[in-house]
Design a protein around this ligand. Structure first.
Ligand code: ISL
Length: 561
């Protein structure tokens, strides 16, 4: 490991800080066998595409055996592959195909909960004295009802009564996703064992699902839940750091890997407790501060206003909070959120310019960028019109609640179309063939109707396409250590839509100016000795002091002597 010099204390250099991660949601990536569901062989067919894009690490959403109540985030066997996705031999070939091209593989580790079809849960629920009983969180009824008022992320109580034994089990997510009991050392041993199984196969790390939830404080009074909402109450339990340090000691430290925790419920102030380089826990977390914008106290279905400065200050706040002690993960969407260009950009008139601007935002800040599949071609939200268009359990359960409460169905559908998770789960638009070339069968969820215009084939040979912008930008970032490791200075303006920062360190200095709006903005006073960075431009070059065009990216560079 070497050191990168900045004005503040020096930063340790490592491969995972210099990498770009690309998330694959396998169900929607590429279907090789015509059953309408993406699969491992489909991914193998596209490895050269990923390499050409400039991806270093592929994060695969879960591919383990699962009844698919929550699309693989409900695992029934950690040692087997979901038959719809392929076989272990396919997996081995995929891993080999990535490694032989110089890419790495990050697996999704979902160990806050399992499927209720996992053998552990079947045994656990069979009798109160079964040896597996304590693998899960069981409680006796209180006053004839659930033990507390905790709610599931997917509607209703987080407790389900099991008729056979007369006790409730905890499920923070769906009923078919019972929470594991991490207080039980045997559970932790099982988790470490399965982690070693995959690491010994040669994978390069884990993305850890809802990791701050593994330790829970069940003693919270009901009133606290009402006051704080679930994210905060479920996260950061009393033993979470002890468990992560144990995991580090038992498993992680023995491999040259990267770990990224899903940091739901972790504040900027708490982040370095998880990722501080002295902590021996995780390398990075991805936080939710910008992902929660526009969501009211009732979650994503409860719209709220937000301002552009709420968005930009999240980035500066996290950069400062992590400092030189931790490391950030940068993302603007994933399989749980709407498409980034529809949410934070302009998916109509300035579709191309704003998609490129958001790419620049990801690739020029300090931290490891994570690109979600399809964003490299500017995929947009889908115009879902009726409940039959949706597949996601979160949306379907929330819909049932609206029906039961005789609520406003049309309003619900409109909001789900804007904010629902299915927006990110429609098939990748490879070409203008039926179903966007994703499958020769019928896709499990409809392709977004704009696939005729927005697709990989269209963008392959267009030098100005979003796809080619990503390729150039990823390449450029790899050559510029300052963009990876440099310090950040934020510049404030009276125009909040102008996001303006400097990256400095090593031999270079960059000024990144982003117009986060569909209007022209005045350029601030700026010295003339900046060089224009062509691979990170989304408009033709004009005199430096001329106004910033809608969604314009102006990245400038200077050498430091
Ligand atoms: O989408 C959400 C609910 O509105 C998020 O809060 C989400 O539940 C949270 O980010 C946890 O996500 C992860 O765990 C879930 C799974 O459904 C998501 O797909 C996964 O990313 C349960 O495993």
């Amino acid at each position: 490991m070497s050191i990168f010099h900045t004005s503040t204390p020096s930063v340790l250099k490592t491969w995972w800080k210099e990498s770009v991660i690309y998330q694959i949601y396998p169900r929607s990536f590429n279907d090789s066998d015509g059953d309408g569901v993406g699969d491992l062989r489909g991914i193998i067919q596209k490895l050269d595409y990923l390499k050409d894009l400039g991806v270093d690490i592929v994060w695969l959403s879960p591919i383990y055996k699962s009844p698919n109540d929550d699309n693989g985030y409900d695992i029934s066997d950690y040692y087997d592959i979901m038959p719809e996705f392929g076989t272990m031999a396919d997996f081995d070939e995929l891993l080999e195909g990535l490694h032989s091209r110089g890419m790495r593989l990050l697996m999704d580790l979902v160990v806050n909960h399992t499927s209720d079809e996992h053998e552990w849960f079947k045994a656990s629920k069979s009798a109160t004295d079964n040896p597996y009983r304590d693998y899960y969180v069981w409680k006796k009824p209180v006053n004839g009802g659930p033990p507390n008022n905790w709610r599931s992320f997917f509607s209703g109580s987080a407790w389900e009564l099991d008729e056979t034994t007369g006790e409730y089990y905890l499920h923070l997510f769906a009923k078919k996703q019972p929470d594991l009991n991490w207080e039980n050392p045997k559970v932790r041993e099982e988790v470490y064992k399965l982690m070693r199984f995959w690491l010994d196969k040669g994978i390069d790390g884990f993305r850890m699902d809802v990791i701050p939830f593994i330790s829970k404080d069940l003693t919270y009074p009901d009133a606290d839940f009402e006051r704080h909402g679930h994210g905060e109450i479920y996260a950061n339990g009393p033993r979470v750091h002890e468990f992560l340090r144990e995991m580090h000691e038992e498993v992680l430290r023995h491999y040259d890997i990267v770990t990224v925790g899903e940091g739901v419920g972790i504040s900027a102030e708490q982040a370095n407790d998880y990722v501080g380089s002295d902590r021996k826990e995780l390398h990075m977390i991805f936080h939710f501060d910008h992902m929660g914008l526009g969501y009211g106290p009732g979650g994503r279905m409860d719209p709220a206003d937000w301002r552009i400065e709420d968005f930009t200050t999240v980035f500066s706040k996290w950069d400062r909070a992590l400092g030189d002690r931790g490391w950030n993960n940068l993302y603007l969407g994933n399989h749980d959120f709407p498409r980034m260009v529809s949410r934070f950009g302009n998916d109509e008139k300035y579709w191309q310019a704003s998609a490129k601007l958001l790419a620049t935002l990801l690739l020029t800040q300090r931290g490891t960028p994570t690109i979600y599949q399809g964003d490299e071609i500017g995929m947009t939200n889908s115009p879902f019109k009726q409940i039959a268009d949706f597949r996601d359990i979160e949306t379907l359960n929330a819909y049932k609640e609206v029906i039961e409460a005789e609520g406003d169905v049309a309003q619900f559908i409109e909001r789900a179309a804007e904010a629902g998770r299915d927006n990110a789960r429609t098939p990748i638009q490879w070409n203008a063939e039926p179903h966007g070339g994703f499958t020769e069968g019928t896709p499990w969820i409809d392709v977004t109707p704009n696939f005729g215009q927005i697709n990989v084939a269209n963008q392959e040979n267009d030098p100005d396409s979003i796809l080619n912008f990503y390729r150039k930008a990823l390449n450029y970032r790899k050559e510029q250590e300052t963009l990876v490791y440099g310090d950040t200075e934020y510049l404030n303006h009276s125009q909040p839509e102008l996001y303006d920062f400097i990256r400095v360190g090593g031999t270079g200095k960059f000024r990144v100016m982003l117009n986060l709006s569909s209007s022209e903005l005045q350029m601030p006073d700026i010295e003339e000795d900046w060089e224009w960075v062509a691979p990170l431009s989304n408009y033709a070059q004009v005199p430096l002091r001329s106004p910033m065009r809608p969604w314009e990216v102006r990245v400038l560079r200077k050498a430091i002597l």
